[in-house]
Design a protein around this ligand. Sequence first.
Ligand SMILES: C[S@@+](CC[C@H](N)C(=O)[O-])C[C@H]1O[C@@H](n2cnc3c(N)ncnc32)[C@H](O)[C@@H]1O
Length: 359
Amino acid sequence: MKQAKHLPADRIFKIEPDLEKKLAALIKNKFAVDIFAENFAGSAGARRIAASVLKLSDFFIASKSDSTPWLEPWCQMAYLSYYMVLNEIRCRAVLHEAQRRPFLNGVEQVIDFGAGLGAATYSLAKVLPDSTQYVHIEKSAWAQSMHQEIFKQGRWTDLPTVPAKNSLGVFSFSLNEQETWPQWIQQFDHLMIIEPATSQQGRVLLQNRQNLLSQGFSAWAPCVHQQACPLLEKSKNDWCHDRVFFDQPEWFKAIEELLPIKNQTLTFSYLLMSKRPAPALPGLARITGDLLDEKGKSRQLICRNTDREYLTWMHKNSTPQRIPRGVLVGWPTEHEAKSNEIRVTQEIPVVDLDKATLA
Ligand SMILES: C[S@@+](CC[C@H](N)C(=O)[O-])C[C@H]1O[C@@H](n2cnc3c(N)ncnc32)[C@H](O)[C@@H]1O
């Protein structure tokens, strides 16, 4: 994928140094592999980790709704050295979006369903007040104990507790392990849901967005509107997903060098929903696709309502802007609408909600 021309700094993520240190110590302690060693690249330890990552990746692809196989040493190794890092960044990216609006205001309790090693809680604890109560629902005792080794925080339960008022339900890569979405999800005041960026799982998420809207929830992100999703309604395979860039540390690069998987960019589908109505975002739209270069034109999927539309640059009179997927932009004041193309000649303003004054 061609990188966007001007990649905003807030789309580039690094591993948090304190998390990196903790994970490195655990990997050394449990598997006698030192990811910080000078000769780690190409070493037997790097090859063992890469083989584990590949095995868990194959498991996730093959399994329909099977639970993470925590008792397998290869799963433990792959999660500690790879998936925990990626999922924490995905959670942090979603939280960046949440923080651009008053979404987290008033949240007093977090219930993290399928908490695993605590990727979501780790990111949340950095942005929520210290007084926040954390409840983790995790059926694997191994994951629970490892989570406590990484950071002891909150309580652990295997029962879906009744959420308190102002509770945030967090579901990071855990709903895809359920046959169906739990009914009690409606009891939360606020929801943060992250799912794999696949057509199948992404479309289940979009269908559930529709169900949640009809149950009185409001969509805060990535949606800029409360209408039907154009990708669900007007296509059979499309799904909404975001992409951020991962500035990898050397040891992580050394693992990926041995893998067919490359995660320099991380994709994920997500929803931030709340029973509190989302303030309107007049005149704004979300970039929901990567730039597609075609003969004579370049197009990029954009979302502002229930229409499935493409920002379009005709090469004869404009140069494609390469706007990063996932950002908010101002709707072009000058354009020609042709079928589902919004043909533009002027620069599209990328909007930083942190600094924007909305009408
Ligand atoms: C893919 S992992 C994701 C872990 C973590 N949330 C993350 O983002 O890295 C899914 C987790 O959900 C847990 N899980 C799945 N179904 C569950 C259930 N019904 N009750 C509790 N935990 C569950 C699994 O044990 C596993 O730890």
